[in-house]
Design a protein around this ligand. Structure first.
Ligand SMILES: Cc1cc2nc3c(=O)[nH]c(=O)nc-3n(C[C@H](O)[C@H](O)[C@H](O)COP(=O)(O)OP(=O)(O)OC[C@H]3O[C@@H](n4cnc5c(N)ncnc54)[C@H](O)[C@@H]3O)c2cc1C
Length: 420
């Protein structure tokens, strides 16, 4: 390998970057591997941040993606708390904020995403207040947990997965919880109205003050301008609060790639094997966008399974192997006693079918486009989820009347089903 000692530099030490670094070594990368991350913690699992870690039932140690010894054994040099400021693909160098730079033979971008900020005109000075938070990193949650006292009033802006998971944990911890969602239902981007209304009911029954169709249009601060004391809504309502948590999606971290001239389009463009438009650079995880063969359009996914799959393909690509990464995208969310697992992308479905019982909190929701099942949400049905992954991934056709027949095991239907 040419370039600084044949070094592989991986930027971003999250799920994708850490997996990529270790897999590159396993696949036979011969030179140095430098995993660069701007966070100071050892690489960690992000999903528990809004679940068990926020609830205080998971320890920091249990969050680590790999033990330090495992990284050392794989010869992965971890550069923590180092932020890459610029790439120079022509010279094959990356420059850090402190002015230093290092060279590479190959580069991997696994820069993930950052929370989508509220518009400045709405957030204003609240962004700098001690009790106003976004939730993406361990450091964010450690700050949030300091305000998690029983009786404290938390206003959660956004009724997506993160907002709802935080609401479930907060209500259990004895906080007074209000969720403010601008759309006319929660989880609107990812589920059908029936699933949204189920989750709305569950949260309300648990004691969450869930408000939909509510636009936040400003915040009230104390005299010292250190703390947010209230949230203003467009309908004129003012809500007193002790803590604000905003969860309104993410923005992919593509600036380094774009400035270096790589193809970027709301995500670093990669091919089916995680290669970017630069032959020396691969990319993986939340920061990427690719043409999905399964859905016939370009997609950007925000999930751990996608980050890991792409990382494995990127590692293979670095060694010159073709390993396409696309699997049916899947995701999970834990709220109360509900284990929601979803596979596929439901946008564009023309038929929605339910199997099982919403009342008994055990059901699967099927999204069909024509004959094809394009996505499935399962609630407390782990075995059906495994089968649903095959139905979606293998494009199996199962007649709608059979899908909704809860008496017919999905497994037997899968055996009868033909690929489209
Ligand atoms: C609270 C929460 C709950 C979630 N729950 C689930 C879930 O239940 N299931 C699921 O599948 N997914 C879940 N996700 C999404 C999942 O965590 C992400 O899809 C996954 O972390 C993506 O991994 P990544 O490595 O691509 O990006 P990230 O995890 O974002 O890692 C990227 C890293 O790169 C660093 N970085 C960026 N730019 C630079 C730079 N210039 N220099 C140095 N370092 C840089 C970032 O700081 C970050 O540490 C959740 C996310 C959050 C925030």
């Amino acid at each position: 390998m040419s370039g600084e000692g044949g070094a592989l530099i991986v930027i971003g030490a999250g799920h994708a970057g850490t997996e990529l670094a270790v897999q590159a070594r396993e696949a036979g990368w011969p030179g140095a591997i430098r995993l660069v991350g701007d966070e100071t913690a050892l690489p960690y699992h992000r999903p528990p941040l809004s679940k068990a870690y926020l609830a205080g039932t998971a320890t920091l140690d249990s969050l680590h993606l790999k033990a330090r010894a495992t990284l050392e054994k794989a010869g992965v040099e971890l550069l923590q708390g180092r932020r890459v400021q610029a790439l120079d693909p022509a010279a094959r160098r990356v420059a850090f904020e402190d002015g230093s730079s290092i060279g590479y033979a190959r580069l991997a971008l696994a820069t993930g995403g950052r929370p989508r900020p509220l518009p400045a005109a709405i957030a204003g000075a609240a962004e700098d207040a001690d009790n106003f938070h976004y939730l993406r990193t361990l450091a964010d949650v450690d700050r949030i947990r300091r305000h998690f006292a029983p009786g404290a009033r938390v206003a959660i802006v956004g009724g997506g997965y993160i907002g709802l998971e935080v609401a479930a944990v907060a209500i259990k911890a004895g906080l007074k919880v209000t969720v403010l969602e601008a759309a006319d239902r929660v989880l609107a981007r990812v589920t059908a109205p029936r699933v949204s209304s189920f989750y709305e009911q569950v949260h309300r029954e648990a004691g969450v003050d869930l408000r939909i169709g509510v636009q936040v249009d400003g915040f009230e601060l104390d005299a010292a301008r250190r703390r947010v004391t209230g949230v203003h809504c467009a309908d004129g309502e003012r809500l007193a609060c002790d803590l604000v948590i905003v969860g309104i999606g993410i923005v992919p971290n593509t600036e380094l790639a774009a400035a270096a001239g790589l193809a970027v389009d709301d995500g670093i463009r990669i091919d089916a094997c995680a290669r970017t438009s630069d032959p020396h650079i691969v990319a993986a995880g939340d920061c990427t966008r690719f043409d999905s063969a399964l859905y016939g359009r370009s997609v950007r996914l925000e999930s751990v399974p996608n980050a890991l799959e792409q990382a494995r393909s990127a590692a293979a690509a670095l060694l010159g192997h073709e390993r396409p990464f696309e699997i049916a995208p899947w995701f999970w969310s834990d709220q109360y006693d509900l284990k929601l697992k979803m596979v596929g992308l439901s946008q564009g479905h023309d038929q929605f079918l339910l199997r099982g019982s919403v009342e008994q909190r055990s059901f699967s929701a099927f999204y069909l486009k024509g004959e094809r099942v394009i996505a499935v949400d399962t609630v407390n049905r782990p075995a059906e989820f495994m089968l649903a992954r095959r139905i979606v991934g293998e494009r199996r056709v199962i007649p709608p009347e059979r899908l909704v027949d809860d008496g017919a095991p999905l497994k037997s239907l899968l055996q009868e089903a033909l690929p489209l």
